[in-house]
Design a protein around this ligand. Structure first.
Ligand SMILES: NC(=O)c1ccc[n+]([C@@H]2O[C@H](COP(=O)([O-])OP(=O)(O)OC[C@H]3O[C@@H](n4cnc5c(N)ncnc54)[C@H](O)[C@@H]3O)[C@@H](O)[C@H]2O)c1
Ligand SMILES: O=C[C@H](O)CS(=O)(=O)O
Length: 475
């Protein structure tokens, strides 16, 4: 079994403290990775601090050129890295290829956006004074990434932080450290200076405690569960450490009777089953207007039954395994709970036979009641719960009736309604007839308990900048 370690201060580091990486399609370990200790992490923070002055002094154009070189490396290795994502995460290979392509696009976009970090001058109120607004990099950043989009969600933090002139230490999820290793190899091959980008694989509690308490770390950018986000907020209080938090979601899909039904079904299938339902912006609750409920359900179930489920490395798969046994148990528990509360399993609802992997048959539940767990708790599995509504007002009220607000979807062709939904839906992203809305140039993040701040777009770069007012007298 091949072994991997961390990338600290320009060197690859291994320790005796190791864990195994498991392929969710077979439930078998296929790689061994070592954890760094607290002393090594402290050393990495010191290296990041030492590398900061030269990195922030480099022109944005030169930093951008290095990010372009990292993108070129990812492009050169795209097939092998996509395979690594599928091996450790389970998603179908075509979707892993899409994740690599999106990561390249993020790197290229932030490489260019680095050159557009503008300050401003403000007209003075007192003669002899001048006022400038200057943007400066926030400093060394601790980035913590999840397993569900292990490469692209790491790049969503690392690329803007580096573009802004910050140094970064990335902590990947325990389930998916290998594409972070590949990203570090690309940084090394591109010539990113030692200490500017580092990869720290290790115990999550130890690493986050050090990020929270070590004054060298000036900001933590986290993507993961709302529960861990809450822990970080508590831990950040003592040092008032700035946090960007991309947390859980519970996306509603509102299907109105004026929609283009073909497109509504196609896009709802994408919003639900992409990444095996393990996307933070996955459709979690599907509300269909009563007038088209039956037709929608019949056609949605037919489309679900056409999805091919199996090992992500086999050609033509649409749905892979969920990440581990506990994710599978939670999904089966949500199905059982919904059925006990009155829902009907229209298709799926069971583990795939003849496989040792963590496969759940793509599942559609109809007549799901509002008190079912899957209507208020994140599902993170290929389960589509469907309920119905009468009026637009009711649909908006039910969509907003959640502590989460990451994304929402609506299927409609009514332009007036599109404006009303844009103003009234409580979510960071609204996809209108669009089940995959994320893109490099547009802000991404949540409201309510889905998080603080935004990634991507110019907001994603702003997250790693400080704003300073310079007042000049005696002019
Ligand atoms: N809003 C978004 O952009 C977004 C994107 C992807 C995933 N998510 C959310 O992430 C969750 C799934 O990911 P997950 O299971 O990896 O989440 P998680 O919170 O368990 O883990 C996320 C990361 O935090 C680390 N971690 C675990 N315990 C920690 C602790 N005590 N302190 C600091 N870090 C800790 C993990 O090792 C991992 O690197 C879902 O809730 C999903 O909605 C949100
Ligand atoms: O889990 C996070 C997001 O779903 C990834 S993406 O914005 O859809 O690429």
């Amino acid at each position: 079994m091949k072994s991997y370690g961390s990338y600290l201060d320009g060197k690859w580091v291994s320790t005796e403290d190791t864990f195994e990486v498991v392929n969710p399609a077979t439930a078998e370990a296929f790689a061994r990775v070592s954890r760094i200790n607290n002393g090594q992490l402290k050393g990495a923070l010191n290296a990041a601090e030492a590398a900061l002055p030269a990195w922030r002094a480099m022109t944005a154009k030169d930093r951008g050129a290095l990010l372009h070189r990292v993108a070129d490396e990812l492009l050169r290795r795209k097939s092998e890295i996509a395979r690594t994502i599928t091996l450790e995460n389970g998603k179908p290979l075509a979707q892993s290829e899409g994740e690599v392509a999106m990561s390249i696009d993020h790197l290229q976009w932030f490489a260019e956006e680095a050159r557009r970090v503008y300050g401003r001058t403000i007209p003075h109120q007192v003669n002899g004074k001048r006022h400038l607004v200057v943007k400066t990099p926030i400093g060394t950043v601790g980035a913590i990434a999840p397993w569900n989009f292990p490469l692209v969600l790491s790049v969503r933090k690392v690329a803007p932080a580096l573009a802004a002139g910050c140094t970064v230490i990335l902590k990947p999820a325990t389930q998916t450290p290998l594409c972070a290793v590949a990203l570090a190899e690309c940084m090394e091959a591109a010539g990113v200076p030692a200490g500017v980008f580092q990869l720290a694989i290790g115990n999550a509690a130890m690493i986050s405690r050090e990020f929270l308490t070590n004054p060298i770390c000036r900001k933590i950018s986290f993507t993961g569960s709302t529960q861990v986000g809450q822990e970080l907020i508590r831990g950040a209080a003592a040092a008032i450490k700035p946090l960007s938090l991309e947390l859980g979601g519970l996306a509603p899909v509102l299907v109105f009777d004026d929609c283009d039904l073909d497109r509504a079904i196609e896009q709802t299938i994408i919003a639900k089953f992409r990444n095996t339902g393990q996307s933070c912006i996955a459709a979690n609750r599907i509300y269909v207007q009563k007038t088209i409920h039956k037709e929608f359900v019949d056609r949605f179930v037919a489309a679900t039954n056409r999805l091919k489920t199996g090992p992500g490395l086999e050609p033509g798969m649409d749905v892979g395994p969920v990440v581990n046994q506990s994710a599978l148990d939670m999904a089966l528990g949500q199905i059982e709970d919904a059925v006990q509360k009155g829902a009907r399993v229209v298709t799926g609802g069971h583990r795939l036979k003849d496989s040792s992997g963590f496969f759940l048959a793509p599942t559609v539940l109809n007549g799901v009641t509002d008190d079912a767990e899957c209507m208020s708790e994140e599902t993170f599995a290929p389960i589509a719960p469907i309920a119905s509504f009468d009026t637009e007002e009711e649909a908006i009220r039910r969509a907003n009736d959640s502590c989460y607000g990451l994304s929402a979807y609506a299927m409609t062709r009514d332009i007036g309604r599109i404006f009303r939904l844009s103003e009234q839906i409580e979510a960071g992203t609204l996809g209108i007839n669009d089940g995959a809305p994320s893109t490099s140039q547009s802000p991404f993040g949540g409201v309510k308990q889905s998080g603080w701040g935004r990634e991507l777009g110019s907001e994603g770069l702003e997250a790693f900048l400080e704003t300073k007012h310079v007042s000049i007298g005696g002019v």
